[in-house]
Design a protein. Structure first.
Ligand code: ADP
Length: 415
């Protein structure tokens, strides 16, 4: 057994997953949320892969939870208390961390700036750097750091590793990451494109290469990560060369609640004519736009139901969403000079055949041909959805960011 604990910490919640890296199977996962509220919630799931003896815990009379979830409500004042609750859940419901303690803890960190381009062993200096990068990610990095500090208290004797969402995109050339604004202003405020979802783009591009049985270094790939947040990356030989998210995750594709690309002058107009403040505009573009702003729901399933019910707003939202996907598909085919593999991943990418079909519909001229039956198949797991005649292989690849974080954590912890 080689257990690695993965932590994804937000400001008032954190998710965790314990993965046995000798088999890459998840032993347990959980969510601690509403930290700091009157009553918090802790959910812990033990998977059937955990052995019955370790899952029975040490408390006499505790039932054995196999492939079972238990939810508790209790006050959780801060992240440190949240980790204590998580440790209690492991002790009572298993698997026992006393028997098989994690050999390392991996932490998702949203922003690594231009400083972190690989998974990094966390030291007090690295913590200071993550904190300093909060200037660029004020919502995310402080929350990630709160999780790191509490986890280091809970697991003081094992290596902790930071895995950055931005790291995979540190291979972007200046031509791809530079905004065409006053260079001195940009430099003094570190304004450039960073890109996000890197852990997922890396995982999916590697899984796709393994699946088609060709070396990663030989492949030109486009990966569409379409979840609530969405981004697309052009990957040449395993290196990110262009990506749709930029200085923040707001740029690029139409998302659940974010606008994606927009003429910045719209903001000047709304500030001058509608009297909207910077905070109003931030809220508008990040939380009240995208599918939600266009059609009243950020969930593509609702958009689909709306189209079927004849709602013109739902139809327009879908058309805008797919139009943007197509634009990026074409742009990245051009940046790469063609593609060998195009993959779809995350909630929408894995589950919405009509989105996949719409995104690639016009790319027949580039040798992209989706097989409607394969595309509509309810089959799970990594699969081909292009025809045998298609010169570009189109795949659906379920993403697994936690497993990727655990792999990268192990690669650092093992050295
Ligand atoms: P996050 O970005 O929050 O991690 P996910 O990758 O889980 O999100 O994606 C969530 C989104 O996936 C939902 O908001 C919804 O739009 C979409 N989604 C999930 N299941 C389906 C489905 N069966 N059909 C269409 N869209 C789906």
């Amino acid at each position: 057994m080689t257990p690695v604990l993965v932590i994804n910490s937000g400001s008032s919640s954190f998710k965790y997953q314990l993965i046995d890296m000798s088999t890459e199977r998840t032993l347990a996962s959980g969510l601690v949320e509403r930290i700091g509220a009157e009553s918090g919630v802790a959910r812990h799931t033990v998977y059937a892969t955990a052995s019955a003896s370790s899952a029975s815990g040490e408390v006499a009379g505790t039932p054995t939870f196999l492939d079972a979830t238990r939810t508790r409500e209790l006050p959780i004042p801060d992240h440190t208390a949240g980790f204590a609750v998580m440790l209690e859940a492991f002790a009572s419901d298993g698997p026992s961390l006393a028997d098989t303690p994690p050999i390392a803890v991996g932490h998702r960190v949203v922003h690594g700036g231009a400083r972190f381009f690989e998974p990094t062993l966390i030291t007090p200096l690295v913590e200071i750097n993550i904190d300093e990068l909060s200037v660029l990610a004020p919502l995310h990095n402080p929350a990630n750091l709160a999780g790191i500090v509490a986890a280091r208290e809970a697991f003081p004797d094992v290596p902790h590793v930071a895995v950055f969402d931005t790291a995979f995109h540190q291979t972007l050339e200046p031509a791809a990451y530079t905004y065409a604004i006053d260079a001195e202003v940009a430099a003094s405020h570190r304004i450039r494109r960073y890109g996000f979802h890197g852990t997922s783009h890396k995982f999916v591009s590697e899984a796709a290469a393994a699946f088609v049985g060709r070396p990663l270094g030989e492949l030109k790939q486009i990966v569409f990560h379409l979840g609530n947040g969405a981004s697309v990356t052009a990957i040449d030989g395993g290196r990110s060369i262009d990506t749709s998210m930029g200085f923040t995750p707001l740029e690029g594709l139409v998302m659940g609640t974010r606008s994606g690309d927009i003429d910045p002058a719209v903001l000047f107009q709304l500030a001058r004519r509608a009297g909207m403040s910077i905070d109003d505009l931030d809220d508008l573009l990040n939380k009240r736009s995208g599918l939600l702003g266009l059609a009243g729901s950020n969930d593509l399933r609702d958009i689909r139901a709306g189209i079927e019910a004849g709602d013109p707003r739902a139809l327009l939202a879908f058309q805008v969403y797919v139009h943007r996907l197509r634009g990026y598909a074409g742009a990245y085919l051009a940046q790469l000079g063609g593609a060998d593999v195009i993959s779809f991943t995350a909630g929408v990418g894995e589950n919405a055949p009509h989105v996949r079909a719409g995104a690639l519909e016009t790319l027949g001229f580039a040798g992209v041909e989706i097989d409607p039956e394969r595309n509509e198949s309810p089959q799970r797991g990594i699969r081909v959805i292009s025809t045998d005649a298609s010169t570009v292989t189109v795949l659906v690849v379920p993403t697994d960011e936690e497993l990727e974080i655990a792999r990268q954590t192990l690669s650092v912890a093992a050295t």
